[in-house]
Each structure stands twice: as structure tokens, then as C-alpha cells.
Design a protein around this ligand. Structure first.
Ligand code: PEP
Ligand code: MG
Length: 592
């Protein structure tokens, strides 16, 4: 039966494929693809795990048989019999074999996927006794997984085979993976998402997350349709269901009828044509109708993203979120050389264009490690995040500063500091940058010049801009956090996502005055939050005087198209009027 689920649109386009549910059970296991040559070994790992559990149950039954019947409730033996029956159920073993052989899932993934499939059937049963057998099924699956831990996996690797990035071409050539796969999960951390950069998925849906949560930001950087905050999606969608993701509308259609499928197939082709048309703008200079030159920069998460930045026509990197180098490493942070090599790769990758490296911004919805989520603090977004984290660990911060300084010897590098708010933090940061230079001098290691900028992403910073302009060479407005902290809306919480409003007059006034004051002192200012890549905001930002935008590479050409159609003289008058409105969003749709 066709039904649709509504969430928040985060990455544009239409995607049609089969659902892959990840970790939707309480059993959290590794998910990766295996090589066809490993199929037999993976199947036998599950078999060995199952046989071990069967043997254990037989041992228990034998010991029960020797006990005094008065001491052993007869339900226990009956329960163990049920477990034995479930373990020997062909649907379980055949299903697991199918996921391993036909989909190349690793053994644990295959087992939990089949658990999901069978559990759904139990859910649909009328008979209460049978419905309750679902808990038994979960128990035996857990036991098999535990037994399998003793049987090592032939290869543990991230999604993508042999560490090689799978392409659409692979999907077409490989008849074992012949349908696009859509990932459905309750939640994904930003580092999970980053791992999926190497994967085959053609779209993502998560139950939780806001439009500018870091999970959504990484999904957008993958440039495949995605919907977050879809609430019950991972409960309502079943393994292998056909799903359509409408990333423009934030809608997920499950089990689409042929007519709906044809409609979305048409939309998908239209989208591809539109992308093709946009590519024609690649070499067109980004200039408004009245001759204003507009700088379009890229936001990147990994050095390798420099390639897509160049391919999209970016004139530099406006935000390299360096924290992605620090995530998913089980607490072991990258050392100076490792970081230096990564920054150098980004700098060289940009072939002489400037690269703005932001110092590490972990905390809140960007945990260092999935297993180390910050649940200990009541309000992680207001806690030890970004520069606060760096200043709390000067040795770690100095390591990063030295690595960035060294990379600056290989090209034009700007250093960007996140979440500053106090003058004392600015002074400490500057002192540590000086100290990092002295350390490199003492070691006789070469480094290059740096321009140093501050992110304006806390209202208090925007309201005390004078001190920032005194110390810094440039500013970058982080609208994602500026909105979060101005409106007191958790950017990662889908339940308040409707109140997360980039067009709230308070937000617009803070953005407007930051741009105005920076320009009055001839200091470069850009916006690097998601607002910069949102084409519905381009005209307004131009009207507020913005001339530098930093966004995901995939958004650059759409924003350029808006720039080419804009007349900043007219837009300035329109934006001035808008700033006086109580509800600017009501007028924003009207063109200037
Ligand atoms: C922002 O806050 O707007 C920003 C660009 O930084 P991040 O999204 O990484 O917090
Ligand atoms: Mg931020």
C-alpha cells in the first residue's frame, strides 16, 4: 500500500530505490559490503554462530533433564524448545543467506536485517502468543551475534568494497547490486555520514535531525537526495521496500504505485536535465546585472572534496570543517604530521586558490566518536564546543595550529576560529597562534603566512563586533549557529524545526549589521552557513550587501544562476524595507 512520510528537505533531487534499514533494531552491529569471494565464509560464520547457540541450548536442556522436576519450572524447557525451533527456522537461514549472497552484506548486517523482516511478520500477527515470540527471536539473534564475535570476520571495512569508492557504474555493471539503495536509519552521526561518502547509497532518510544538523550538512555535501526528521520512517519502512525520496519537498513515498513511480521518474529526469543546464554556467563569471562581482566559495569536510569544489567552479574554500579529520578515531586524535598532510592535500588540491581552514569544532551534534556522545551535559550546544574545547586543551590546539601554519607554506591559507564570544578568548587564541610559530621556529620547520578570521555565530559576537574587527583580518558568519543561538532553537531537534527561521527579523538584523560594520572597515566578510547555499536567500543576502558566499560545491551553480539574474541596487532598497518588517518571510517570496 502506498503511503508517504513527511520530513525536512535537506538535499535536493529525486531518488528511487530499495530501502536498506541500518541498525534499526536495538542490536548495533557493523554494516559493510563484502567481496563476492567472501560470501561462503560469511555464511559459515553465521552458521557457526548459530550452531554454537544450538549446542548451548542442548547442553542446558540436558542439565534440566537431570534436575529434580520440582526445582525447574517446566516453562524453561518449553522456552528453550521454542528457541531451538526458531534457530532452525528455514526462513531465518534462507533470509540471511539471501542478504549475504545477493546483497553482499556482512554476516552481522545480514542477520539483523533478516531479524527485522521476520519481526515485522510477528508484529502483524493476530495471536498474542505468537506476537510475543518476537522477543524470543531478538534474544536468539543476540546470542548468535555474541557467538559470532568469537569467529573473526574475513575483512572489516567501511561501506564500499576494497576501500574503493563504488560508483553508479559499478551499480549498473554489478548484477548483485542492481537496484539503487536508499539508507533508512533512526539516526546517523556526522561521522557515519562521512563513511557513507564511500558508499553506494542513492539517498538517505533519518527519523531525527534538523535542517542544519551536522548530519544534514554532510548529507547535503554528498549531493544525493535526503530527508531528515522523518519521525517514524525507520519503523514504518520495511527492509527492501521500494521508496521514493523527494528531496525538494522533504517527502518519502513508500511502496509507490506505478502511476506515482512514473511521475517521480519524470521529475527525476527533469532534475537531471536542469543539472545539465546549470553546468553551462561553470565558466560564466559570477557577476550581477549591475556589475557586482560575487565570490562563490566551497565548504568542504575532507581534503579530497577540493576536487568537487574545483569542478563546481569554486574560487576557493571558504570553510574546511577540520573536525571531520578528528572523528570516528576512537579518541585517538590525528597528530601534527597527519593533520599537516591533510591540510596540504586540500591546499594543493585547490591549485593556488585560497583555503580557509577552520580549527576543530567538535561537541554538541558533532561527537568525536559515535560511542562517545555527549549525554553527560545537559546542554551540549551551550557547552564545551569548538574554540572552548580547543582552549581547554592547549597542547591539542597547538598541534593543530602548527599543522595549519606548515600547510600555509604550500599555498594561500586562512585560519578561521569558531564560536568565539569573549575578548579574552580572542587574546588567548592569538597568543597560541604566536606560540605555535615560535615552536616551529625553534624546530627550524618552515611555515607560511596566515590571515586569521573569526566566525560570527553567537549573537553576543555580532553585537560586539568592534572587538572582532580590531583583532581579525576577516569574518565569516556562521548562520547555522547564529540562528540556533539567537532563536534558542536546537538546530538538531526536528521537533522544533518549524521554529528554526533564517528569516526571523532578529537574525536578519544581526547578519545585516555584521556585513555593514565589516565593510565599513574594509574587512572581508562572508556567510558560510547553510543560508549561503539556499537559493531562496541569495537575493536577500545580496541586498544586505553580502559579496562572498561559501557553500557545498553542489549548490554553487544554482546560486550563481541567482547572482546572474540579480540587480544589487534594487535589492538593497528591497532588503532595507524587509528589515523593517515584523515577518519578513511573508514578503520574501515577492521579487524585488
Ligand atoms: C555555522 O554555524 O553556520 C557553520 C558554518 O558552522 P557549523 O555548521 O559547522 O557549526
Ligand atoms: Mg557553527
Amino acid at each position: 500500500m502506498t503511503f508517504s512520510i513527511h520530513g525536512l528537505a535537506v538535499a535536493r533531487g529525486i531518488s528511487i530505490g530499495r530501502a536498506v534499514l541500518v541498525a534499526s533494531t536495538r542490536l548495533d552491529v557493523a554494516h559493510y559490503f563484502i567481496e563476492p569471494s567472501q560470501v561462503a565464509a560469511e555464511i559459515s560464520r553465521v552458521r557457526e554462530g548459530r550452531d554454537a547457540v544450538v549446542a548451548e541450548i542442548h547442553r542446558l536442556l540436558a542439565s534440566i533433564a537431570q534436575m529434580n522436576p520440582k526445582d525447574t519450572p517446566h516453562e524453561l524447557a518449553a522456552l528453550l524448545d521454542v528457541h531451538l525451533m526458531l534457530l532452525q527456522d528455514e526462513e531465518l537461514s534462507n533470509g540471511v543467506r539471501h542478504w549475504i549472497k545477493d546483497r553482499l552484506y556482512n554476516a552481522e548486517w545480514a542477520l539483523t536485517t533478516q531479524l527485522e523482516v521476520i519481526a515485522r511478520q510477528f508484529d502483524d500477527m493476530e495471536d498474542e502468543y505468537l506476537r510475543e515470540r518476537k522477543a524470543d527471536l531478538e534474544q536468539i539473534t543476540e546470542k548468535i551475534l555474541r557467538a559470532m564475535r568469537g569467529v573473526s570476520s574475513p575483512l572489516m571495512q567501511p561501506l564500499g568494497r576494497n576501500g574503493r569508492k563504488l560508483t553508479q557504474q559499478d551499480l549498473l555493471l554489478d548484477d548483485t547490486v542492481d537496484v539503487p539503495l536508499i539508507l533508512i536509519a533512526h539516526d546517523l552521526s556526522p561521522s557515519d555520514m562521512l563513511q557513507f561518502k564511500q558508499s553506494v547509497f542513492a539517498g538517505f532518510v533519518t527519523d531525527v535531525g534538523g535542517k542544519t544538523s551536522h548530519t544534514a550538512i554532510v548529507a547535503r555535501s554528498l549531493d544525493i537526495p535526503a530527508v531528515v526528521g522523518a519521525r517514524l520512517a525507520s519503523h514504518l519502512i520495511r527492509q527492501d521496500d521500494w521508496v521514493v525520496i523527494d528531496g525538494d519537498a522533504g517527502v518519502v513515498v513508500v511502496d509507490p504505485s506505478p502511476i506515482i513511480l512514473a511521475e517521480y521518474g519524470f521529475k527525476q529526469r527533469q532534475g537531471e536535465l536542469q543539472r545539465g543546464r546549470l553546468m553551462r554556467l561553470l565558466h560564466t563569471p559570477s557577476v550581477t546585472l549591475d556589475g557586482q562581482k560575487i565570490e562563490l566559495l566551497a565548504n568542504i569536510e575532507m581534503p579530497e572534496d577540493a576536487d568537487s569544489a574545483l569542478k563546481a567552479g569554486a574560487v576557493g574554500v571558504g570553510l574546511f570543517r577540520s573536525e571531520f579529520l578528528f572523528m570516528g578515531r576512537h579518541g585517538k586524535l590525528p597528530n601534527e604530521d597527519e593533520q599537516f598532510q591533510a591540510y596540504k592535500r586540500a591546499v594543493e588540491g585547490m591549485q593556488g586558490l585560497p583555503v580557509t581552514i577552520r580549527t576543530v569544532d567538535v561537541g554538541a551534534d558533532k561527537p568525536l566518536d559515535d560511542t562517545l556522545r555527549d549525554d553527560a551535559h545537559l546542554n551540549p550546544a551551550l557547552g564545551l564546543r569548538a574554540i572552548r574545547w580547543s582552549l581547554a586543551d592547549p597542547a591539542m590546539f597547538l598541534t593543530q595550529l602548527r599543522a595549519i601554519l606548515r600547510a600555509a607554506a604550500f599555498g594561500q591559507v586562512n585560519l578561521l576560529i569558531p564560536m568565539l564570544v569573549h575578548a579574552s578568548e580572542i587574546r588567548q587564541t592569538m597568543a597560541l597562534v604566536d606560540h605555535a610559530r615560535v615552536q616551529l621556529d625553534n624546530r627550524g620547520v618552515a611555515y607560511g603566512p596566515l590571515k586569521i578570521g573569526a566566525m560570527i555565530e553567537i549573537p553576543a559576537a555580532a553585537l560586539t563586533l568592534k572587538v572582532f574587527l580590531r583583532y581579525f583580518d576577516f569574518l565569516s558568519i556562521g548562520t547555522n549557529d547564529l540562528i540556533q543561538y539567537t532563536l534558542a532553537i536546537d538546530r538538531a531537534d526536528e521537533s522544533v524545526a518549524h521554529l528554526y527561521d533564517p528569516m526571523h527579523p532578529a537574525v536578519l538584523r544581526l547578519v545585516a549589521q555584521t556585513i555593514e560594520q565589516a565593510q565599513a572597515q574594509n574587512k572581508p566578510v562572508s556567510v558560510c552557513g547553510e543560508m549561503a547555499g539556499d537559493t531562496t536567500m541569495t537575493r536577500l543576502l545580496l541586498g544586505l550587501g553580502l559579496r562572498s558566499f561559501s557553500m557545498h560545491p553542489a549548490q554553487i551553480l544554482s546560486v550563481k544562476q541567482e547572482v546572474l539574474r540579480a540587480d544589487t541596487e534594487k535589492l538593497t532598497l528591497w532588503a532595507d524595507e524587509l528589515l523593517q518588517e515584523d515577518e519578513p518571510s511573508k514578503r520574501i517570496a515577492k521579487k524585488a
